[in-house]
Each structure stands twice: as C-alpha cells, then as structure tokens.
Design a protein around this ligand. Structure first.
Ligand code: FAD
Length: 135
C-alpha cells in the first residue's frame, strides 16, 4: 500500500457545489478501488491524501491531475504505508476553516521554500494526525 499527498491550486473558487461533485465521484470510485483519504480545501488550494494499493493510487492520481478544476498538482509526499490513516473515509472532506486554512497555507509555503524534508514531514504528520483525530 502507498500513501500519496499532493497540493494543487483551484482554477476557480471552489464552490460547495464543485466540491460536492468531486466528492460524489470520489466516494463512488475510491470505494471500488480500495482507496481512502481526505481532501482539504481552502485559500485557493486543494490538499489531498490518497492511500491504497499502489496500482490503483498512481493511475487515480494521474486522472485527478488532468482534471481542469485545478492545476499545478505537486506531489509533496509519497511512501509505502503499512496502515491507513483514513480507514473510515473513502474520501473525507475538510473545509477551509481558519485553522485548517492556516495549516494548509503553512505546509504549502514550507514546501515552496524547500525546507529540509524532515521539518516538512513532521509538520505534515502533525496536521494529518489532527485531521484524523476524532472530532
Ligand atoms: P463522473 O463523476 O461521472 O464525472 C463525469 C465527468 O464530468 C468527469 O470527466 C468529470 O471530470 C467531469 N466533471 C464533473 N464536474 C465537473 C466540473 N465542474 N468541471 C470539470 N469537469 C467536471 N476522483 C476520484 O475518483 N477520486 C478522488 O479521490 C478524486 N479526487 C479529486 C480531487 C480533486 C482536487 C479534483 C479536482 C478531482 C478529484 N477527482 C477524484 C475527480 C477526478 O478528477 C475525475 O473527475 C473523476 O474521477 C471522474 O469520475 P467518473 O469517471 O466517475 O466521472
């Protein structure tokens, strides 16, 4: 199994209807592909984590990358994974409340400044843990 995380920029403001359309496709398709994850959006960015069998995650990422609702997709983390972080979600959604948005922008900025890999990974892990924590 692998875990892949990418950022992208929305090509137009992500309305709740647009996000709902994405989620509907995601939930239907991902279940069949044994893929779980979370989609975070806010501040003109998407951040998505996909986890599941490598042979399913990589083709799905290529499909998503070609979607015209966003651009500049950049993989920021990819690794083998033993356990799922988002096992309950065929695709969870986190909307950009100020705190989430702050985290997303911080992660994005860190990535763009090419900080040492470990610092970035630690911030990402902390954020993913918060997302996955029971609410
Ligand atoms: P349908 O869901 O039936 O959609 C039909 C077609 O219409 C598709 O080609 C779709 O791209 C297109 N479409 C629908 N609404 C719009 C719109 N507003 N603008 C442009 N085209 C539109 N798909 C997944 O399966 N799993 C994911 O985890 C996933 N995550 C995504 C994350 C992001 C940030 C984005 C932008 C898209 C994501 N998608 C995801 C959608 C993916 O890119 C494909 O659109 C989708 O997988 C196609 O599903 P489908 O073949 O079942 O077609």
């Amino acid at each position: 199994m692998i875990r892949l995380l990418y950022f992208s920029q929305t090509t137009q403001p992500a309305s709740s209807e647009a996000v709902e359309n994405i989620l509907q496709s995601s939930r239907a398709n991902n279940l069949a592909l044994d893929i779980t994850g979370v989609l975070v959006h806010g501040g003109g960015l998407f951040m998505q984590t996909l986890e599941g069998p490598e042979e399913n995650v990589l083709p799905l990422y290529v499909k998503i990358m070609r979607d015209q609702r966003h651009e500049n997709c950049r993989i920021v983390h990819i690794s083998h994974a033993e356990k799922r972080l988002f096992q309950k979600w065929s695709m969870g959604i986190v909307e950009g409340d100020p705190l989430t948005q702050h985290h997303v922008m911080r992660l994005y900025a860190q990535r763009m400044e090419a900080v040492p890999g470990k610092a970035y990974t630690d911030t990402m892990r902390e954020f993913l843990r918060k997302l996955n924590a029971p609410r």
